[in-house]
Ligand binder design. Structure first.
Ligand code: KG4
Ligand code: ZN
Length: 336
């Protein structure tokens, strides 16, 4: 049987990444060049800085991905690329590189939605079985996505304001942590206690939507009021209390969604899927209440932005006959 090899490119935000994927579920290489150190001092990703880094990194990443996979251009069957959502300038670098590479080497081009990519990181862990529910939690998104089959995405609930990762990063700034602060808050939360009780927004409402801006505001107010009274708060307890609120809402709504839609699989995806507290809380709830549901959580290195997940999603798109023409453009705010 001939190997089906896809070269995948991801450049939607602050990682330049190129991967070579075999048959949609084997990673031959997955090069990730992070620019995070260039953005840290600004407290967030600066779009223009991101684009310039992608330009500098992309060619080297393609060469390295082919070398590490030990394949040549002739072995490849297609090129997959993220076309959105993301930063327009950043996306354009990946798209332009993918188009040029595909055109020069006579390969078909496959357009991939970045969020579909996050979900398809699951296919490196387990075969996807349907119907499935995906909890997508990243720096820009918080969504519950129902999938009745491959490539079919129905957003049944989403955040009305801040994304979950965004709330982590904003709270982290108040605690004086470096951007992005999700991982550090997660670590602090394991030392602290849930002693400051924060609100659990929309938990009792009969829908699958989320809200994190109220939680963020009550966190900021608590810290500022304490500062004015010269009162010292315990940062570890603050982190633990914030994280307890986030996890309780995410887990409650996700469990409810899985039951209502009677799914076979629950996929957790996106940067915040790396959260240890969230991973163990979901594992405990699924084990206790949904014995027939398989929980699929990608390994940590595949939770953040990477091209391997884009290659996995590209494989499915190609099977469905979804190819791009040479006028493929960036779609910064495309939805699933
Ligand atoms: O998916 P991602 O790498 O980029 C986007 O597409 O947004 O997600 C990045 C987000 C950041 O907000 C970061 O703080 C958060 O994921 N994050 C975490 C953890 N690791 C990364 N949030 C909570 N706990 C973590 N362990
Ligand atoms: Zn992402």
């Amino acid at each position: 049987k001939k190997r089906e090899l896809i070269l995948a490119i991801e450049s939607s935000c602050d990682e330049t990444s190129v991967a070579v994927i075999e048959d949609g579920n084997q990673i031959l290489s997955n090069i990730v060049a992070s620019q995070i150190n260039s953005h840290k001092r600004f407290g967030g990703v600066v779009p223009e800085v991101a684009s310039r880094h992608h330009v500098e990194q992309i060619i080297g990443c393609i060469d390295e991905a082919l070398k590490e996979a030990d394949v040549t251009v002739e072995d490849l069957g297609a090129v997959g690329v993220t076309y959105g959502p993301g930063l327009v300038g950043a996306l354009l670098i990946g798209i332009t590189a993918a188009k040029s590479f595909a055109w020069a080497n006579d390969l078909p081009l496959i357009p991939v939605n970045h969020m579909a990519g996050h979900i398809y990181a699951a296919s490196f862990v387990s075969d996807m079985t349907f119907p499935a529910m995906a909890l997508l939690v990243s720096g820009g998104h918080t969504e519950l996505v129902y999938m009745k089959e491959h490539g079919s995405f129905e957003i049944i609930g989403e955040t009305r304001d801040d994304a979950c990762g965004e709330a982590y990063d904003k709270v982290g700034r108040v605690l004086g942590l470096k951007y992005p602060s999700g991982k550090e808050i997660d670590q602090m939360a394991h030392i602290g206690k849930d002693s400051y009780h924060f609100p659990r927004a929309m938990m009792k409402e009969d829908n699958f939507d989320f809200s994190f801006s109220g939680l963020k505001s009550s966190f900021i107010n608590l810290v500022h009021n304490a500062e004015q009274r010269d009162e010292v708060l315990d940062n570890h307890d603050l982190a633990a209390s914030f994280q307890a609120s986030v996890i309780e809402v995410l887990v409650t709504k996700t469990m409810r969604a899985c039951k209502e839609y009677n799914v076979k699989q629950l996929i957790v995806a996106g940067g915040v899927a790396a959260n240890q507290g969230l991973r163990s809380a979901l594992e405990a709830s699924v084990t206790a209440e949904l014995t027939e549901v398989e929980l699929v959580v990608p390994p940590l290195r595949l939770c953040g932005d990477n091209a391997a997940m884009i290659g996995a999603a590209a494989f499915i798109e190609a099977k469905k006959g979804h190819f791009a023409s040479w006028d493929l453009n960036a779609k910064p705010s495309v939805t699933l």
